[in-house]
Design a binder for this molecule. Structure first.
Ligand SMILES: [Zn+2]
Length: 271
């Protein structure tokens, strides 16, 4: 190996560790996890997300709020708050979106204003996950670079260029203390990610995003045909299974309606 190659490799290794530096944060680890109601999705055809299902279907839409020391991190922003008060809802390409409670009012019940959110981490950029991005222009986005760089179907960026952003490339221990870790799970979209949260009493929880939509899909190891990349999506299911095992973690599937009654919702929280 030439000395030049050694120097280049050393520089590259240094850059790698610089990229993986923990984000600025206050003291303390992940203390609380709040589950937030982020709308309801009625599907014309359940099989569009659950292969093999028949007839109409339903998906829940869930966001999560994490208190990390003195900082607040929001995971996904759900359907738009503007749906509240519109019982007819809004038509999407697969069904109808409705919402009966705003994200903003749920933050208020916890004692927060949107401007108190320091980090806005997103599983991916589909509209039922980014419906309230406009509430948080000051927050630092935490997304995979592959998602950030993914152009819209009709061209143009998915995020406002002036919004501060951390563009992760692969897994990332966000605060450097193992309490909140991005798990790269591409396939549903180019830069999809899950979030592994380690809580003092509850233990480890893996938040699915749309890497899996329903428990039936998880149990049968299958993904929607409409996913961006189906083989990559299946590989991500394997990755999630490994992460669950390694961390003795629970899997929480944000779109699974049967999980809704199992969770306590904000202002209650998990410790
Ligand atoms: Zn999606």
């Amino acid at each position: 190996m030439s000395w030049l190659l050694v120097v280049i490799l050393a520089w590259f290794a240094g850059m790698q560790s610089a990229w993986a530096q923990p984000v600025p944060h206050g003291t303390g680890g992940a203390e609380r996890l709040y589950v937030l109601y982020c709308g309801d999705i009625a599907l014309n055809d359940a099989s569009s997300f659950t292969p093999g299902a028949s007839g109409p279907g339903a998906l829940s839409d869930t966001c999560y709020l994490i208190k990390h020391g003195t900082d607040w991190l929001l995971w996904d922003t759900g359907l738009p708050d503007s749906l509240v008060g519109r019982p007819e809802g809004m038509k999407s390409n697969a069904g109808v979106w409705t919402s009966r409670k705003t994200l903003e009012s749920q933050l208020a019940e916890v004692g927060l204003k949107p401007s108190d959110i320091r980090y806005l981490a997103l599983s991916h950029s589909h509209p039922d996950h980014v419906g309230n991005l406009n509430l948080f222009p000051q927050a630092t986005l935490v997304v995979q670079k592959a998602e950030y760089d993914w152009v819209q179907p009709f061209g143009g960026p998915r995020f406002e260029p002036e919004q501060p952003a951390i563009k992760a490339e692969g897994d990332r221990d966000l605060f450097g203390d193992g309490s909140v870790t991005l798990i790269s799970t591409p396939g549903h979209s180019p830069g999809h990610q899950c979030l592994l949260v380690r809580l003092p009493k509850t233990g480890a929880v893996l938040l699915s995003g749309d890497a899996v939509h329903t428990k039936a899909n998880w149990d049968h190891h299958r993904v929607p045909e409409r996913n961006f990349n189906v083989p990559q999506s299946l590989a991500s299911l394997d990755r999630m299974a490994a992460v669950l095992k390694e961390n003795n973690a629970q899997l929480w599937i944000g779109h699974e309606v049967s999980e809704v009654p199992l969770r306590k919702y904000a202002p209650q929280y998990y410790e």
